[in-house]
Ligand binder design. Structure first.
Ligand SMILES: C[S@@+](CC[C@H](N)C(=O)[O-])C[C@H]1O[C@@H](n2cnc3c(N)ncnc32)[C@H](O)[C@@H]1O
Length: 207
């Protein structure tokens, strides 16, 4: 998976490649998809949600530019696979999932694999996790139509936020917070599930 789908397509960060070699992706997918766990596409994880394609997980993780001492906020735990990849590299990962059965199942899987540097919370991630802010990096794995300002507020200056942005036409966007504002880089078109909850309320946006 890593050699053929990820390194060959240009991901070079060795911490990301090592993390993706380490995390057992088959432990995060439903039993009936185990044989396809390392295939080059997303898979259903129940509750009408998906685990992202391995390449997209790698690109998003690399774009965060993580260091070993970093604290990361993830919005959209899903099955916990991306969470585990982040936890292999960063010091601590705080992850919020709005669908209760997914959050509970992800917590179970991550605990069974021995991850001690992850906290999962059930709820709407739109307002982040202020008690643990600021974060060096924030990743969204569901697509809002606007950038949630509370998440920007919880990022350190110099920190990065990676998210799929948009409704039917989504792009993978990498934001860097500077003292002057947000620097924005668009990578490529993606198709993620929509961010639900308060993100679907058009107030309070930082377009
Ligand atoms: C593409 S899936 C996540 C895939 C995940 N990276 C994985 O490895 O399984 C997106 C997740 O975001 C969750 N989600 C959507 N809106 C959310 C919100 N407002 N707050 C927290 N989680 C949300 C969905 O329930 C879904 O589980």
């Amino acid at each position: 998976m890593v050699d053929e789908q990820i390194a060959r397509r240009g991901v070079t960060d060795t911490a990301v490649l090592d993390a993706m070699r380490t995390v057992p992706r088959h432990r995060f997918v439903p039993d009936r998809y185990r044989l396809e766990a390392y295939a080059d596409y997303p898979l259903p994880i129940g509750e009408a949600q998906t685990i992202s394609q391995p390449y997209v997980v790698a690109v998003m993780t690399e774009a965060l530019g993580l260091s070993p001492g970093d604290t990361v906020l993830e919005i959209g735990t899903g099955c916990g696979y991306q969470t585990a990849v982040l936890a292999e590299i960063a010091r601590h990962v705080f992850s919020i999932e709005i669908v209760e059965p997914l959050a509970s199942h992800a917590e179970f899987t991550l605990a069974a694999l021995g991850y001690g540097n992850i906290d999962v919370r059930i709820g709407d991630g739109y307002r982040g996790w202020p008690e643990h802010a600021p974060f060096e990096a924030i990743i969204l794995t569901a697509a809002p139509e606007h950038i949630p300002q509370p998440l920007v507020d919880q990022l350190i200056i110099g920190g990065r936020m990676v998210l799929p942005l948009g409704a039917s036409n989504q792009s993978l966007v990498v934001l860097t917070k500077t003292a002057e504002g947000l620097q924005r880089e668009e990578r490529f078109g993606v198709r993620f599930v929509p961010m639900t909850g308060e993100a679907q309320n058009p107030q309070d946006s930082a377009r």
